[in-house]
Design a protein around this ligand. Structure first.
Ligand code: ZN
Length: 413
């Protein structure tokens, strides 16, 4: 496996500057393309699954985190508060309290539940500079977060559906889970007290895991301070394990924020909060993708999807037109003309680009494309329109295979 820090710089995906500070990477254009594609995938998957998106500020008053419990259970990981006149504001350590307040701002009927609220939003962690590096240990985090406000009866189905979204996302991303972990509380005072609620949440998550058929291990001391979790663990280039995705059940914050819904009986009831993240933080997800794929991302994530390679000056205009057609179809195409060296050198330079469209005199004359795939396969020349349609379909479906093997024209190796 690769080291994402080294490769991220080599491929010009992200970098850092000592004047911005440790643990505060910035994204270069190619890295920003990968991130946009990933964020758009997540937002679309969430919309299809009935989530509604919100935006909320990255700051909140200190009192907010006193109510949520972060102040007493999580302050070691929080930045010091900023004094603003008589009040103190804090860079948020999680999105949950804001979402709880958004829920509370309107009255809700049981008919609206499960109410699924999602946000790709910023949060902050005061990591010490000694442990910072690349995209995995950062101080500013963009989290793929969501909170499902639901009845107790709905928790298991919602948590199960979140696990299924995680499975589908990993398939599209071409990554795998190292293991599934049922994260339980351990000894010590960092967890909120309420034994019967912990028991009930653990039972629910155990049921979800058993129903899913996934193998899992229970681990003590890994729960959130407010409740147990299902964590999806991945392993990095150095063999270190970390949590990418998570599904959590929380009885604590609905109580702290006095969340209610009006039941069928006309009375007020307390909803349960399911916290879930499909890809975790965008930073960690992209770090993992870089390491897993060595920069050869699935085509739908690739900064450049199609490189157009005219063999000589004579095909340049035709190649330019083809690159424009790609762009019109929403594909990210780049032209690499003969001024950039021999065809062999240009193909080597584009080795991470999934589709390499070679245009010689014959291809230009009958509007065909001799396609080379990143994995070394070379296809017989095909009508350009056909090629672009097929690439568009594979990219649009978030497929990880570069060509449809069932296709009659997929060619010689
Ligand atoms: Zn949360």
């Amino acid at each position: 496996m690769h080291d994402h820090r080294k490769l991220g710089r080599e491929l010009a995906l992200f970098d850092t500057d000592p004047l911005i500070g440790a643990g505060l990477p910035y994204w270069l254009p190619d890295g920003a393309v990968v991130r946009h594609a990933l964020e758009e995938y997540i937002r679309t998957a969430e919309r299809k699954a009935g989530y509604r998106h919100v935006y909320s500020p990255v700051l909140g008053k200190r009192e907010l985190y006193e109510i949520s419990g972060h102040w007493s259970h999580y302050s070691d990981d929080m930045f010091p508060p900023m004094d603003l006149g008589a009040e103190q504001v804090v860079l948020r350590p999680s999105l949950c309290p804001h979402h709880a307040l958004i829920y509370r701002s309107r009255s809700h009927s049981y008919r609206e539940l499960p109410l699924r609220m999602a946000e790709l939003g910023g949060m902050y962690r005061s990591e010490l500079s000694g442990v910072l590096g690349g995209l995995t240990r950062v101080r500013a985090i963009q989290l793929n977060d969501a909170h499902i406000f639901c009845t107790l009866d709905q928790v298991a189905d919602e948590a199960g559906a979140a696990l299924e979204m995680i499975r589908r996302a990993y398939e599209a991303l071409g990554i795998g889970a190292a293991r599934y972990r049922l994260s339980l509380p351990g000894p010590g005072g960092k967890y909120v007290a309420a034994p019967e609620k912990w028991e009930r949440s653990v039972a629910l998550l155990t049921e979800v895991l058993d129903r899913s058929g996934l193998p899992y291990e229970a681990a003590e001391g890994e729960a959130a301070f407010y409740g147990p979790k299902i964590d999806v663990q991945v392993v990095d280039g150095l063999g270190r394990e970390s949590t990418l995705s998570t599904v959590q059940v929380d009885f604590h914050q609905p109580e702290r924020f006095d969340l209610r819904y009006i039941g069928a009986d006309g009375a007020k009831h307390r909803p349960v909060m399911v916290h879930r993240s499909i890809i975790g933080s965008v930073e960690r997800a992209v770090a993992h993708l870089i390491e897993e794929h060595g920069g050869a991302f699935p085509a739908w994530l690739s900064p450049t999807q199609v490189v157009v390679l005219p063999i000589s000056e004579a095909e340049l205009r035709h190649a330019e037109a083809l690159a424009r057609r790609c762009a019109d179809l929403g594909l990210r195409a780049e032209l690499a003309g003969p001024e950039r060296g021999s065809l062999g050198a240009r193909i080597r330079e584009a080795r991470l680009v999934p589709y390499q469209a070679v245009i010689g005199a014959r291809e230009a004359a009958d509007d065909r494309v001799a396609l080379r795939l990143r994995d070394g396969r070379r296809l017989d020349p095909l009508p350009a329109e056909d090629v672009l349609d097929r690439i568009g379909a594979l990219v649009g479906a978030h497929r990880t295979d570069l060509w449809d093997p069932a296709s009659p024209t997929s060619g010689r190796a």
